[in-house]
Ligand binder design. Structure first.
Ligand SMILES: [Zn+2]
Length: 640
């Protein structure tokens, strides 16, 4: 379905988070490096978090809920990636000057106004991802703007903050985090909510990413960027989707969230038309365990075996609504299931719009319907698990159904890999910030700003011109390279390997990688070093440019191999001139008659034949040159 975003009143704001590439973390001297996935922790410790009341005396309901769950938080410390500061056993050090300088550089590039003094604040977090129970953040600049396709996108704030710990696992009793990422400096750039289409959201994100890369001081690769996206439509609600890690997913996330809000408004209207009011949604949870004593449904059998029960609740006049699709593959009932999982910790729910199915028989459905006194337009939800959990879950289901009468409930959501989203928590209340008293405020002096101004990165238009004039890129390729993820690699490699034409490097990043990616080759996992040794070999004449796609494909599929091993394995070492000459001689021998017949027109045929034999081991223009020369000699001799 194609929606008209303008008439829906779509408003999107982005919060762009990017890890900075500093020597040390934000508040201690640890290197901001992530440990490999299989690294063993040097030390483990456990904590329990307590909800604190805000200055207004309010307790965040989600914080309270987390506390009631009584989960233990386990932290993995690594000697070379975390210290006493991350463990909250030592006060934080002063704000990292290098990180502040990078953020100010970006602020000036966006014409944002730096604050006079940087104050570090504490922002409450409730999920245990900070050992302190709060995240440290500092406002660095206000205002400014950027332009995307001629439209001005105002910037609201630019902040410097510490990253949270990485969650590695989670179950009902314990959440495990690694401390290596905690304290890594992040820049946060928040745009005004003026973005009006999914495409524009993606373009704004790409542009911010490009601008950040110009500083050459940001980390790259999966997990180094994270977007929070605020999305609302007229009559809907401001929904925050937190933690989108791929820029390519932004467009889908926005598209699907609009669709979700649009469909939830449809559902609201349908319910209103049916005359459903809050009072119809009763919390009469009916025990139907006996009906399922001999059930073939595995989920229910497992729950009963563990001493659980099956409770059902009638949803008056909800027939058809539960199965109503609101995002691809996600129905209204999926929203209920999300809530049941979050608040009740139950695995899954069953609803009448989808039954009989999952081993639940028609007979069982009929009996439940009878027990609930189900009318023709009514629906039901049933859940099997521990009784107390089921009751929490069914209450959450009823709450969500009541919210459906109003349209779109305010909440925080998380992205799924396909761009749809799931419920992650209720929208946090305001007043979550308070001053960090352990860290001294830092003045931003005129002198410091002037020094940064003198060293601002080359502006994009100057760079573009240089790429065309000095590097010999076509205008098209130069434009692609300017907005490329690989821009800084490109510039570095051009400097480092003078024998390699810049357009070969640019084409590798912009054409070769793109076409391999389209074929499903996992090229995005390739490390910088791969390109470094690839172009080093090309620089030395050890390989020819024709070999590049094959080597890259091989390494993407065999990440443990080196470039040299790939060259060896694929037999792609560049031919010596005499080896090439020998192959050309062979071809001329074999094709003698054809050449005599075709004369000059034999060139194409000979090129094809020789290139096939030297595939990826000789430069095309050299082969062409050798064949032309040979053909001239051959024909003149024949004419004699
Ligand atoms: Zn540290």
């Amino acid at each position: 379905m194609k929606l008209n975003y303008k008439s829906l009143g779509l408003r999107v704001g982005l919060e762009f988070h990017q890890m900075l590439d500093t020597r040390e973390k934000l508040f201690c001297n640890c290197p901001p490096n992530l440990m490999p996935a299989d690294a063993d922790a040097d030390y483990l410790f456990k904590r329990r978090l307590r909800p604190t009341t805000s200055e207004l005396g309010e307790v965040d309901p989600a914080a309270l809920f987390e506390f009631k769950r009584g989960r233990v938080y386990e932290y993995h410390h690594f000697d070379n990636a975390s210290c006493l500061v991350e463990m909250d056993e030592e006060p934080p050090h002063d704000l990292n000057y290098e990180a502040l300088r990078i953020v100010l550089t970006v602020a000036l590039m966006l014409n944002s106004q730096p604050v006079d003094e940087v104050y570090v604040m504490r922002k409450t977090v409730i999920d245990g991802s900070n050992t302190t129970g709060f995240q440290r953040t500092a406002l660095v600049a206000l205002g400014g703007s950027m332009e995307v396709d001629g439209k001005k996108i105002p910037i609201q704030t630019i902040c410097l903050e510490e990253d949270a710990a990485r969650k590695v696992s989670e179950d009902a009793t314990k959440v495990t985090y690694r401390l290596d990422r905690l304290g890594v400096p992040l820049i946060e750039i928040a745009t005004a909510p003026v973005i009006s289409s999914p495409e524009e959201a993606e373009k704004v994100a790409l542009k911010i990413g490009q601008l950040l890369r110009l500083t050459k001081k940001v980390k790259r690769g999966i997990g180094t960027i994270r977007q929070d996206i605020n999305i609302s439509i007229k009559g809907g609600a401001k929904i925050e989707i937190k933690g989108v890690q791929k820029l390519g997913l932004i467009r889908k996330v926005v598209e699907y969230e609009v669709l979700r809000q649009y469909n939830l408004l449809n559902i609201r209207d349908m319910l209103r038309e049916r005359g459903v009011v809050k009072e119809h949604l009763k919390r009469d949870f009916v025990d139907v365990t006996d009906i399922f004593e001999g059930t073939k449904c595995r989920v229910i059998r497992r729950a009963l075996k563990k001493g659980g029960c099956v409770l059902a609740v009638k949803l008056s006049r909800f027939k058809g609504i539960l199965g109503y699709e609101i995002q691809p593959g996600r129905r209204f009932a999926t929203e209920l299931a999300d809530r049941a999982r979050f608040w009740g910790g139950v695995g899954g729910i069953f609803h009448s719009d989808e039954l009989p199915a999952y081993g639940i028989s028609e007979e069982e459905v009929r009996k439940v319907s009878e027990r609930l006194n189900l009318g023709e337009k009514d629906a039901f939800v049933l859940i099997a698990d521990e009784r107390s959990k089921v009751i929490e879950a069914l209450n959450a289901v009823i709450d969500r159904c009541i919210e459906a009468l109003e349209g779109v409930p305010e909440e925080t959501r998380g992205p799924n890999p396909d761009g749809t989203t799931h419920y992650s928590r209720p929208r946090p209340g305001a007043a979550r910030m308070y001053p960090e008293t352990d860290i001294r405020p830092r003045r931003i002096t005129e002198e410091f700003l002037n020094e940064i101004k003198r060293q601002l990165p080359e502006p994009l238009d100057v760079k573009l011109q240089k790429f065309v004039k000095d590097y010999g890129l076509s205008k098209n390729l130069a434009e692609q390279m300017i907005s490329s993820y690989y821009l800084d690699s490109f510039e570095r490699l051009v400097e480092k390997y003078p024998n390699v034409p810049p357009r070969v490097i640019a084409a590798t990043f912009e054409n070769t990688l793109k076409s391999l990616r389209r074929e499903g080759v996992p090229v995005d996992e390739l490390e910088d070093e791969v390109f470094d040794s690839l172009f080093s070999l090309l620089n030395e004449g050890e390989i020819v440019k024709e070999a590049i796609p094959k080597i890259i494909e091989y390494l993407a599929r065999n990440p443990s191999k080196t470039v040299l091993e790939a060259v060896e394995e694929l037999n792609l070492k560049a031919l010596e001139r005499d080896e090439l000459e020998k192959i050309v001689t062979e071809v001329f021998e074999e094709k003698k008659e054809a050449i005599m017949k075709l004369r000059e027109r034999a060139l194409g045929m000979l090129m094809g034949e020789v290139m096939r034999r030297v595939s990826g081991r000789a430069d095309g223009s050299l082969v062409n040159q050798v064949i032309r020369e040979r053909l001239r000699v051959f024909l003149s001799r024949y004419d004699d």
